[in-house]
Design a protein around this ligand. Structure first.
Ligand code: GLU
Length: 425
């Protein structure tokens, strides 16, 4: 039986994840059965559960947790709260986590979770009750040595603290290693919040250095998304002297041809409605579509899946794309970008900074021995640059684009480990 992607009206992330996989695995000399095995999610859990709302109503929510693969170790991956979450999206994100962890050599498999909800429409106490109930429902699937959640879109360090507390209350003692991305005061790691954005910039820096264009103040960047990934990518790039000319969120794009003052933008969103950019004055308003097509050097999509598609890929003017989001580029768009000579540092490499520091947090928690931020950032850089080198080596060996090279590298590691472990029984 083949795993069927659910048909949906929008571009299906899981179909795309499988297309990318098929493209990459074709280069590998692995037994056909192992190639087929790696296409499947290992296990999937759907939960429907009640939450008492502030007005006394009881609403039913649907959530998921998918383990794609656990050959290299416990499965790892975030939990997303968003209205458009569905099982196929979670499957795709879980599969990408498998390749991401393998690529950066973390001893983890891939997983992802999600709840269909609009966190912007819910109070803190509603979110706490939803989180505690969802954590209880998926406690069949999560454990500190089996599957370790983390934040993703719509969730944050506070969400992780509630999950940790819920799990700990059930077992009767504190289990900080059940989640990563926790607040510092309950066992979080220095540098975790900023890590994904920092990793995006480390990868951008490396790509520019390798192409001989490392004069930072001349590099003009456009960043789609100003959440945890986009905001810290903007901040880190700005601190290094790059010119961040545009940022965006669901309220639209904000452009300053001379370079935005990112500290000023951050100060604005720190107190704005829902921390959104709406009403920010020191920039010109543009649309999200205009941001993607801006005349700039580097484009960093740091928001959602399926943003660069067959419809708009030809309009991209940047010479480098660094993917802070998971799955922002469709396979058809990839072909167009490759034909235009645009380099793409793919998601599984460019946004792997988050899960890398998650791993550091997990290790620190298990050892009850905590590192300073300099140590975290030094190790993060080391891990990402080593993975970057591995991707370049694979790219040159197979003469493929960076995404295919990253997936070949990762799939080979998981495939070889599967072969070494053997098929049980
Ligand atoms: N949600 C993040 C990602 O997509 C982080 C996952 C983690 O830290 O486990 O990579």
């Amino acid at each position: 039986m083949a795993v069927q992607a659910q048909a949906t009206e929008h571009i299906n992330a899981y179909t795309i994840a499988l297309q990318q996989y098929d493209r990459a695995v074709a280069y590998l000399d692995l037994p056909a059965g192992i190639k087929n095995f790696l296409r499947y999610p290992k296990r999937e859990l759907t939960v429907n559960f009640p939450v008492r709302m502030d007005n006394g109503d009881i609403n039913i929510f649907t959530g998921y947790r998918v383990h794609h693969n656990t050959v290299l170790g416990p499965s790892k991956g975030g939990i997303r709260y968003a209205p458009q979450v569905d099982l196929d999206e979670v499957r795709a994100l879980a599969m990408w986590m498998t390749w991401k962890c393998a690529l950066v050599n973390l001893p983890y498999g891939g997983a992802k979770g999600g709840v269909i909800c609009d966190p912007l429409d819910m109070s803190q106490s509603e979110l706490e009750r939803l989180t505690r109930r969802y954590a209880t429902e998926i406690s069949l699937f999560i454990s500190p040595h089996g599957d370790i959640p983390a934040p993703d879109m719509g969730t944050n360090a506070q969400t992780m603290a509630w999950i940790m507390d819920t799990y700990s209350m059930t077992v009767g003692y504190s289990v900080p290693a059940i989640v990563t991305g926790k607040p510092l005061n309950v066992g979080g790691s220095q540098g975790r919040t900023e890590a994904t954005g920092r990793g995006v910039v480390i990868c951008m820096d490396e790509a520019l250095r390798r192409s001989g264009r490392s004069r930072t103040s001349e590099i003009r960047m456009a960043i789609q998304g100003f959440g945890n990934v986009g905001m810290y990518a903007a901040k880190h790039a700005y601190d290094l002297g790059y010119k961040v000319i545009a940022v965006s969120d669901v309220t639209g794009g904000y452009l300053n041809e001379h370079g935005l003052d990112v500290d000023d933008v951050m100060a604005y969103t720190a107190t704005s409605h829902h921390h959104q950019l709406a009403g920010y004055k020191n920039a010109q308003r543009i649309s999200n579509a205009e941001l993607l097509a801006l005349d700039c050097d580097v484009l960093a999509p740091c928001a959602l899946e399926n943003q660069i598609t067959i419809e708009n890929a030809a309009d991209v003017k940047a010479f480098l794309i660094v993917e802070g989001a998971n799955g922002p580029t469709t396979p058809e768009a990839d072909d167009i970008l490759t034909a235009k000579g645009i380099e793409v540092v793919p998601d599984v490499l460019a946004n792997a900074g988050g899960v890398t520091v998650s791993y550091f947090e997990w290790v620190q928690g298990l050892q009850s021995f905590f590192w300073d931020v300099e140590e975290v950032n030094r190790q993060l850089r080391r891990v990402l640059i080593r993975a970057y080198d591995d991707v370049i080596r694979t790219r040159d060996q197979f003469e493929v684009d960076m995404r295919t090279a990253a997936q070949i590298t990762a799939i080979k590691r998981v495939g070889d480990a599967t072969f070494t472990r053997g098929i049980y029984p």
